[in-house]
Design a protein around this ligand. Structure first.
Ligand SMILES: NC(=O)C1=CN([C@@H]2O[C@H](COP(=O)(O)OP(=O)(O)OC[C@H]3O[C@@H](n4cnc5c(N)ncnc54)[C@H](O)[C@@H]3O)[C@@H](O)[C@H]2O)C=CC1
Ligand SMILES: CC(=O)C(=O)O
Ligand SMILES: [Mg+2]
Length: 602
């Protein structure tokens, strides 16, 4: 694996003191090396005779594990194989993933994770992380301390499972993939991060009817009881780990934004579906605008290079849709100097009941959504307005899907979008819903319908598309928050930032946009050469490392960081903190038997 930097990560600088021996050591995923235990350690830790004779390198172990993985035909079988490897040997698990990053990320993350989550109770073998169930509210602190005792927790990824990907309420059927991606791509030390499920029940009737369902089999707690439960958890984190980053994932649309707004001024909280998706989409659109401004059609109108020159139609006004709109709106205000009201006017948001417009009676609109509702002067009448009607009338330059409605961007919609654009212009189309089957359109169809002109990025990975018109292969970028949240989070953790500010998010998004291949390769051309709008996932660790540095520098600059480093020190500090999957040397800690941290198994 190529080194990211010149400095030795902190966990490899000196040998690790270990108090486990024999079978206990071999069954501890965190410390187990399997056949890679060298003979001296086998002797010291009572492993001779418990392992076959030959010592393997980590490289050899990866080769063997990859062979075993390849013998599984279906993606879901590969997923369960990797899950069981993780339960045996954490270093080998991460080393294997890192060596085959692009191939295996879709196995542990979207799209395959959706299948694994749906079958969570059927596939259940061993739990990971902390489950805080509603009936145990009175002992929440004890459970939390039991799980975290002796650990220096820097990151918590928490979910209540109400809106997992686009597959809805999955109760406790989570995957811990978001935490894995933090380590794999962001370099977070696994022992310092903790996945948490807040089990407040489920409204998924299939799960409630399933005797094998492993969560609390009651309808979701809502209202005051829910808020109290979440608050108790957040206050526990603040009390015991005041500098820990609290990452919220896949909360339902009625809770996600509310919770973020409630805590973001007092603690470092981050909602990935809102802010991570907003940041990656901003980066993607910055890159796409730059490309479209290079095209001949817009060469005579340089003003088209700005975010504020675009008309944005966002289909799906949930956590992601609103997060994208507010992130783009804030970037328009800061980059192009528009007022908040003028910037809000660049967006047309569409949900189940059609366009959000002033005359439509919509219950429970939050203030943030309210300001994005189209004003009465636009004369949409009293009725529900469809995506097609909005596209025909408003002639968007950017069309974004985060609706969970697979296939919603039909040929008719896309052709209507093309009709509204200047001759030769590049429509920017982002079907972001996950998993793949829920994408609002496939890249292949979009390329076909737009005669190869569309600038596309998707939420889940898709194959590149060869365009018949110009014979060029167009690379399809993955506009997934995983391309940026590990760097945003690592940057906040690195600088021990007291909050995750909008300016930190924008700084991270700009850094990501600057690293996009489409920009570096097209900068000198006058035509788009088909390069991807965002960096390839193969480069995700390098890219996120750069994002992390930018975010930490920004935190220091604006005074939210607790670390008092000079800006020039950040890169080296980041290099030292990155965790990489390599076995450290072990020495036996005879006294350690008394020290709790040596027992902690993750
Ligand atoms: N690419 C990425 O990085 C990300 C993608 N997503 C994807 O975006 C989708 C939405 O995620 P969230 O916003 O977190 O969920 P959400 O549940 O908060 O929002 C979904 C919204 O779509 C609306 N909707 C559902 N059916 C619709 C229809 N037929 N027409 C119009 N609107 C409809 C819902 O009313 C809701 O407001 C999911 O598929 C998710 O996987 C979410 C976060 C990040
Ligand atoms: C990527 C992600 O966070 C989602 O689909 O929910
Ligand atoms: Mg999510």
């Amino acid at each position: 694996m190529a080194a990211l930097h010149d400095h030795k990560p902190a966990h490899l600088v000196s040998p690790l003191r270990i108090a486990l021996r024999g079978q206990t050591l071999l069954t501890s995923p965190r410390y187990n090396k399997g056949t890679a235990f060298p003979s001296a350690e086998r002797k010291t830790f009572g492993l001779e005779g418990r392992l076959p004779y030959r010592t393997n390198t980590l490289e050899e172990q990866c080769e063997r594990a990859y062979g075993q993985l390849e013998s599984r035909d279906l993606a879901i079988r590969k997923n369960t194989f990797l899950q069981s490897l993780k339960e045996q040997n954490l270093t080998l698990y991460y080393a294997l993933l890192a060596r085959h990053l692009k191939e295996l990320t879709p196995i542990i993350y979207t799209p395959t994770e959706a299948e694994a989550i749906t079958s969570y109770s059927q596939l259940f073998r061993r739990s990971e992380g902390l489950f805080l169930s509603f009936p145990d509210e009175h002992i929440m602190e004890e459970l939390f301390l039991e799980e975290t005792r002796g650990r220096d927790i820097e990151l918590i990824v928490v979910t209540d499972g109400e809106a997992i990907l686009g597959i809805g309420d999955q109760g406790v059927g989570i995957s811990t993939a978001k935490s894995v991606i933090y380590t794999l791509i962001g370099g977070m030390e696994p022992a310092k991060s903790l996945p948490v499920v807040l089990d407040v029940g489920t409204d998924n009737q299939n799960l409630l009817n399933d005797p094998l369902y492993v969560g609390w089999p009651k309808n979701r707690v809502r209202g005051e009881g829910y808020d109290r439960f979440v608050d108790k958890f957040v206050q526990l984190v603040r009390k015991h780990y005041p500098k820990c980053l609290l990452h919220f994932e896949d909360f339902g649309v009625t809770n996600a934004r509310r919770i973020l707004d409630r805590y973001r001024d007092t603690h470092a909280v981050f909602n990935d579906d809102i802010q991570g998706t907003g940041a990656v989409t901003l980066a993607c659109i910055m890159s796409a605008i730059r490309i479209s401004s290079l095209s001949r059609a817009s060469a005579s109108s340089p003003e088209k290079k700005k975010l504020s020159d675009q008309r944005y139609v966002i289909f799906g006004a949930g956590s992601a849709g609103l997060g994208i709109a507010t992130q783009l709106r804030d970037a328009i205000i800061s980059a192009d100097g528009l007022s908040r009201q003028d910037a809000n006017r660049k967006f047309w948001l569409i949900d189940r009941d059609g366009l959000l417009h002033d005359k439509l009676k919509i219950n429970g609109l939050t203030a943030r959504l309210q300001e994005l509702v189209r004003p009465v002067e636009e004369n949409w009448g009293e009725k529900s307005v469809s995506l097609l009607e909005v596209v025909e009338r408003m002639r968007p330059t950017v069309l974004i899907g985060c609706s969970t409605k697979g296939g919603a961007f039909t040929k008719e919609v896309v052709e209507a979008m093309m009709c509204g654009l200047d001759e030769g212009a590049h429509p920017i189309i982002l079907p972001l819903s996950n998993p793949s089957r829920l994408a609002e359109a496939t890249p292949e169809d979009l390329m076909h319908w737009t005669k190869g002109r569309a600038l596309i990025a998707t939420g889940s990975p898709f194959e590149n598309v060869k365009v018949v018109v110009d014979g060029k292969e167009k690379e399809i970028a993955e506009c997934n928050n995983a391309l940026i949240y590990p760097g945003l989070g690592f940057g906040a953790v690195l600088s021990k930032s007291r909050s995750m500010t909008d300016t930190m998010l924008i700084a991270g998004a700009k850094r990501l946009a600057a690293l996009s291949p489409a920009l570096s390769t097209a900068a000198s051309d006058d035509e788009y050469n088909g390069a991807a709008l965002l960096p390839d996932f193969v480069d995700a660790p390098k890219v996120n490392f750069e994002v992390a540095i930018t975010v930490a520098e920004q935190a220091i600059r604006e005074g939210t960081a607790s670390e008092e480093w000079k800006i020039e020190e950040v890169r080296q500090k980041a290099s030292e903190k990155v965790w990489i999957p390599v076995y450290p040397e072990y020495i036996y800690d005879e006294q350690g038997i008394r020290r709790f941290e040596c027992y902690v198994l993750i």
